[in-house]
Write a protein that binds this ligand. Structure first.
Ligand SMILES: [Zn+2]
Length: 254
């Protein structure tokens, strides 16, 4: 189903143009027929338990045809499509099949990612965070724009650290920036089979998650034969960043 176009400022080239409905994550990565509700964020935060465990139903109308926003113009959309999206899709398919073909109680998986172009993957994740946030986000962190727009650069300041995990239980998280007491400035985006965290200006490693900042140093010419990664699988029932409590833990807390 097409959602048409809208005029506005593209979040990648910053020009005012016709904007495409951008699927976040890419349509090809299990986001073609996603049905969802748009809920006011403040309300959702205040009533997280009621929304999560079904005591309240969203009042808004059910949306369908995949999650996303009018973020990028046709040219930028095409640029992401031809450079990064296929890599994201490939990794998502591998991860999804690993999760689905194993016992649902397994909490961590190790697998080989030597045939994934990790630089492209990281750029696609960065594009997702740019698309999920307001223009003020890249006005504050213009380096992120450059990292996505220049497909060859592997340069990105150490202040930006990326983490990931696996997910197939709970709710999506929308990628928007949060200022937390415990972890500082973080954006978290969750859409099965993945969750990603972008941590800004926090020199401390987030221990619960697998850090993937080094994906920026991926060198296609010196590809490794084997590249193992261990990813934890976490549920995301509540909308709060880095809250991975299970359904049982949440229901037993007051
Ligand atoms: Zn553009």
């Amino acid at each position: 189903m097409s959602k048409g176009t809208k005029s506005g400022k593209c979040k990648l080239c910053l020009e005012t143009k016709e904007l495409n409905f951008e699927h976040i994550p890419p349509r090809s990565a299990f986001n073609k027929d996603t049905k969802y509700y748009v809920i006011d964020q403040t309300e959702y935060y205040q009533k997280a338990k009621e929304y999560t465990f079904g005591n309240i139903k969203p009042k808004s109308r059910k949306e369908q045809g995949g999650m996303g926003e009018f973020s990028f113009c046709f040219d930028c959309n095409g640029f992401l499509g031809s450079n990064y999206v296929r890599t994201y899709k490939k990794f998502a398919q591998i991860a999804m099949s690993i999760i689905q073909s194993n016992d649902k109680n397994i909490k961590a998986f190790q697998f080989d990612i030597s045939d994934i172009n990790l630089l492209k993957f990281l750029k696609q994740i960065t594009a997702i965070f740019i698309a999920s946030n307001h223009h003020t986000f890249t006005e504050s962190y213009p380096e992120l724009l450059e990292f996505v727009r220049n497909k060859n650069t592997s340069e990105l300041s150490e202040r930006f650290r990326f983490y990931m995990y696996l997910n197939n239980e709970g709710k999506n998280r929308n990628g928007q920036i949060h200022f937390t007491n415990l972890y500082g400035t973080v954006c978290e985006f969750t859409f099965r089979p993945f969750g990603f965290v972008l941590s800004i200006d926090n020199p401390k490693r987030i221990m619960e998650l697998s850090e993937i900042t080094n994906f920026k140093h991926y060198d296609k010419a010196n590809k490794l034969d084997k590249l193992p990664i261990v990813l934890n699988k976490y549920p995301t029932y509540y909308p709060f960043p880095l809250d991975y409590r299970t359904e049982i833990e949440l229901n037993s807390s007051t």
